[in-house]
Design a protein around this ligand. Structure first.
Ligand code: ATP
Length: 485
């Protein structure tokens, strides 16, 4: 690959060509920053989701899972601070009174530059805009609009107001009669569904602090910079866990979860050099420690997961806005003779984007290999996915469509498919079939050939090494089972 931008583009094309990720409603030219997962992408995503769920709940006896609704009482978002603070910049034209999102206005101008054959200028403008947005530099953004004489499409003038904030939450109406309908929001994070259920879970599950509640679900943000494939989407999935602890112990649990989550990342078979921690220097007012786990995407080191020590902010806010006590009676503290038994727990959260994890896993796995020999030019694209995450675990191929080989292959399918995801194919030359499986990351292929008729052995081909070995037909299931677990 010539450079990382090309690599990123190649990955995006590969995802589309091989049924992993498609632009949403593509026949209508797509919907900006919204994507659909295809037949292999949805399997990969599910495998990652299941792996996280199992690691967090099944393997931690003091963490349980929930599945809260996307719609929540609107006051939830007042209490959490999202109504007042979850926003992006926008600008008005004084002559037309038309309001623009700053990124849309500048992007529109960049499109015109590109159409006029000034692609380099357009790219430079967008890169500068992204920098200023990331730095929340509104004066700089306004200056950029003025310097480029970006005008309003209606009035044609450059008479702009100052830049103000724009809330990132999507809203809709609940109720059928317009006048009585309440404005409600599509949740911008899954965490609040956990906070409002804190007491329900603690009491019904008889949970003792420290304990955690995990959740996986959709979140929605009307993102302002949305040109990075599934890295930044307007509808995405989060995997979050809120860990409730005694006040005063949060630093120790924060360190614990930093280490624990990094171990999880490394267990995906990705090397330590591909990750780094980014400790936040500027903390949100409610946090007393925060960091991101960043992965070295083809677009650079970027956040894939956040770990935050959020103090008692969220539960205290919900206590205040709901008028309901959200406290924990700590028997153990009483027994220790400590002065208080009732308190609002502190929270350490781990929050990872599922779609970003899919992109991370694909970016890591994507390889273009040159297989040329002195006589023949050859190459392949292979996704070296960890076998446990691969959409298809085993492909079963009869070498030809005759001589009873398909029947034997079918019986292998029948034996294996209840245990792991298998794929049957009898069309095309065997080499072509192997390459198609390489491209979707299938770790193992079985070929039934004429020797099988004589000695009941088959060829097992390994994706990464392309090595082939003969194994007895009755051992296929147990061998593959072992290799994928
Ligand atoms: P960023 O700084 O990249 O916007 P964030 O700090 O706003 O992310 P959090 O609110 O901490 O993100 O959300 C937790 C995780 O959810 C992120 O680490 C990321 O993996 C994922 N995430 C957040 N926003 C998006 C999005 N628009 N598209 C895809 N994943 C997202």
């Amino acid at each position: 690959m010539a450079n990382d931008t090309n690599r990123f583009q190649a990955i995006i094309s590969h995802c589309k060509e091989y049924g992993f990720i498609f632009p949403s409603s593509e026949i209508y030219d797509g919907l900006s920053a919204v994507y659909d997962y295809g037949q292999y992408g949805s399997e990969l995503k599910k495998n990652i989701r299941d792996y996280w769920w199992k690691s967090m709940t099944q393997l931690h006896e003091n963490i349980v899972g929930i599945d809260a609704a996307i719609f929540m009482h609107p006051t939830t978002w007042k209490a959490s601070g999202h109504v007042d603070n979850f926003s992006d910049p926008m600008i008005d034209n004084r002559d037309s009174n038309k309001r623009y999102r700053v990124d849309h206005l500048i992007e529109g101008f960049a499109d015109e530059l590109e159409k006029a054959g000034k692609k380099a200028e357009a790219d430079a403008l967008l890169a500068r805009m992204d920098q200023l947005l990331a730095a929340n530099d509104f004066d700089g953004l306004k200056q950029l609009i003025e310097e480029n004489k970006i005008s309003c499409a209606i009035s044609g003038t450059v008479n702009w107001t100052d830049i103000r904030q724009f809330n990132l939450m999507f809203s809709t109406q609940l109720g059928s009669v317009a006048e009585d309908a309440d404005t409600i929001y599509l949740r911008p994070e899954t965490a609040q569904g956990i906070f409002v259920n804190f007491l329900n879970v603690q009491k019904t599950g008889r949970m003792k602090i420290p304990f955690g509640i995990a959740q996986i679900g959709k979140a929605f943000r009307n993102e302002i910079v949305a040109r990075q494939f599934v890295f930044r989407m307007r509808e995405f999935e989060q995997m979050e866990m809120q860990f409730f602890v005694r006040p005063g112990t949060q630093k120790q649990w924060y360190e614990f979860w930093k280490e624990e989550r990094m171990k999880w990342h490394l267990s995906l078979g990705i090397s330590a050099g591909q990750y780094r921690f980014h400790d936040h220097v500027k903390l949100a007012h409610y946090a007393d420690a925060a960091c991101d786990i960043e992965y070295n995407f083809p677009i650079g080191f970027k956040e894939v997961e956040g770990i935050h020590s959020r103090t008692d902010f969220d539960l205290s806010q919900h206590q205040k806005f709901s008028g309901k006590k959200l406290q924990y009676f700590d028997n153990d503290l009483n027994e220790l003779g400590k002065p208080y038994g009732n308190y609002v727990p502190y929270v350490v959260e781990t929050s990872i984007g599922l779609d970003r994890t899919v992109l991370m896993v694909i970016s890591e796995a994507y390889c273009e290999e040159d297989l040329s020999t002195p006589d023949k030019a050859d190459s392949r694209v292979v996704l070296k996915l960890p076998p446990m995450l691969a959409p298809i675990k085993l492909a079963v191929f009869p070498l030809t469509k005759k001589d009873g080989l398909p029947e034997i292959a079918r019986s292998v399918m029948e034996e294996c498919k209840p245990h792991f995801r298998c794929f049957y194919e009898e069309k095309d030359a065997i080499g072509k079939r192997y390459r198609r499986m390489d491209a979707i990351g299938t770790p193992f292929c079985i070929t039934i050939d004429h020797q099988t008729l004589q000695d009941n052995t088959v060829t097992l081909r390994h994706r990464d090494s392309m090595q082939q070995e003969r194994i007895a037909i009755h051992t296929i299931k147990s061998i593959v089972d072992k290799l994928i677990s």
